[in-house]
Design a protein around this ligand. Sequence first.
Ligand code: PRP
Ligand code: URA
Length: 206
Amino acid sequence: MLTVFDHPLIKHKLTIMRKKETGTKDFRQNLDEIGGLMVYEVTRDLPLNEIPIETPLCQTIGYEMAKDVVIVPILRAGLGVVNGIQNLIPTARIAHIGMYRDEETLEPHPYFEKYPSNMDEAAVIIVDPMLATGGSSVAAIDMVKKQGATSIKLVCLVGAPEGVKVVEEAHPDVDIYLASLDDHLNEKGYIVPGLGDAGDRIFGTK
Ligand code: PRP
Ligand code: URA
């Protein structure tokens, strides 16, 4: 299932990120804030356990999360989404998938992976600001499935229709969340209107 957020705060902050004059500090800050706003909806269906508790007044039933949450950033740019989510789920574990997209072939090249031991039981949230051709997202989902993950969500900021289709066809069981579904990919595989190279804008590189 694809969810595209329709929220004024997200639209406002994403517009700041899209502007070419926005510098690294503001780009990162708005990415952080959008991550935090998206997590409320992304985690809406997480299972809970009922637990007996005592308030200062009486005994009652409370709730605690039934599953561990594992956030999986696709390096590098995915790192920029972690903080906003982790602020709201401070117990989340952070896995890492290192991957770069070949600028000529647009094929993803994984170079690193590191996971906690309970991927099969966890609620796994893969994060990356950009879903362009979908190659990186599909490869990352393949990798977490190899680790036994069955509850997987993909959270990106900006997606292209072409890439969303690729991910939906390869992994129909994975819910996709976007702050914006943009218009198309250009001939270099960049999302249009997009926001440029997310990794470079987050880390101030070129
Ligand atoms: C970007 C982006 C995604 C990928 C999307 O990363 O952060 O991971 O490209 O493209 P795709 O959908 O066509 O696979 P990049 O490889 O540029 O690395 P970076 O995060 O180090 O900038
Ligand atoms: N990666 C980016 O950082 N931006 C795009 O538009 C596409 C892939």
